[in-house]
Ligand binder design. Structure first.
Ligand SMILES: Nc1ncnc2c1ncn2[C@@H]1O[C@H](COP(=O)(O)OP(=O)(O)OP(=O)(O)O)[C@@H](O)[C@H]1O
Ligand SMILES: [Mg+2]
Length: 304
């Protein structure tokens, strides 16, 4: 059985009589990178704050590596590292001093742990410079080094690429993917950027208005989409696809278009079209983007 690192069961949060989080459930297994995707004000930060113990759920249950955060708070928290709303850094100290200070507060952290973190994030050359000379990307890396210092199994990151330039985003993405792959760390990462989630995560939880609209794997997402054919006889093709495969298609501008939940069966469909005596002049596969999916789920409630 897969190792469950984080489980949320119907988690709710009421603030001033207003229910902000209305029942969120999802699971993260070892090495998963889950994208928590939703527009501004949908409840991402509020949910992440509960997971890392900064606020208490009003209802529901959160367990980290099997420990409930309400019943075994301290034990659950030993397995979490986080950056919520930007890293907490002392700008007038060096990167190393920042890490050392945090290390003092946590008696299980050794000097070797600090150097391991620095090495892991490729910060060796600049670690003895003051933080106020760092670029935003370097500060974000130092934040990651802090979050990883006590070797947590779960890393929780709230919109970590906000403000980074394209190169910074690519570097950050590679670090995250590497942490999950090489170190088996599970990562929960909130974002309002669809493309980012698609490139970095293996699972997605789409939220809006404090509710999960869909939990889906990125693979599932990539496999659902649209196929466009141009056949020598589109009308005949349309009838054949309906009869043989139960696929509903539309003829638009001399093209035959159909939607699929599993686009991987397309090879078999194409062979059967040819066996039917039809000719395929053109075929194109269009994977559904997370954006299209989100717009469908929220019925046009735009995401930036
Ligand atoms: N302490 C609070 N008191 C009252 N309302 C709050 C509080 N914290 C959050 N909210 C409300 O809860 C909702 C969700 O906020 P939250 O910050 O979790 O959204 P978010 O998805 O992180 O948005 P963003 O993408 O802008 O960071 C918002 O309507 C917000 O105004
Ligand atoms: Mg937020």
């Amino acid at each position: 059985m897969e190792e469950k690192i984080l489980v949320l069961k119907n988690v709710k949060k009421r603030i001033n009589k207003r229910e902000i989080i209305k029942g969120i459930s999802f699971e993260i297994e070892k090495g998963d990178i889950l994208g928590f995707l939703g527009p501004n004000g949908s409840g991402k930060t509020t949910t992440l704050r509960m997971i890392v113990g900064l606020s208490k759920p009003t209802d529901g249950e959160i367990t980290i590596c099997g420990d409930s955060i309400t019943r075994s708070y301290v034990k659950a928290m030993t397995n979490v590292g986080c950056i919520i709303e930007g890293p907490d850094l002392y700008n007038y100290l060096t990167g190393f001093d920042n890490l050392e200070m945090l290390g003092y507060m946590n008696k299980n952290v050794t000097k070797k742990d600090i150097m391991d973190s620095v090495e892991l994030l490729g910060m060796k050359n600049r670690i003895h410079d003051k933080v106020n000379t760092y670029s935003l990307g370097m500060k974000q890396r130092l934040g990651l080094a802090q979050a990883l210092l006590h070797k947590p199994k779960l890393l929780v990151l709230d919109e970590p690429t906000n403000g980074l330039d394209p190169l910074g985003i690519t570097e950050f993405r590679n670090i995250i993917i590497n942490l999950a792959k090489e170190k088996g760390i599970s990562i929960l990462i909130s974002s309002h950027l669809i493309s980012e989630v698609q490139l970095m995560c293996n699972k997605v939880s789409i939220i809006n208005n404090g509710k999960v609209l869909k939990n889906i794997s990125v693979e599932e997402l990539v496999n659902s989409g649209e196929v466009v054919w141009i056949l020598n006889d589109n009308e005949k093709g349309k009838n054949f696809l309906k009869k043989r495969w139960g696929i509903h298609t539309k003829i638009i501008n001399d093209k035959l278009e159909g939607n699929f939940d599993d686009i991987s069966v397309i090879e078999n469909i194409n062979s059967s079209i040819i066996r039917e005596g039809l000719k395929i002049k053109f075929v194109e596969r269009k994977p559904k983007t997370l954006e299209e999916l989100f717009l469908k789920l929220t019925e046009g409630n735009q995401i930036i």
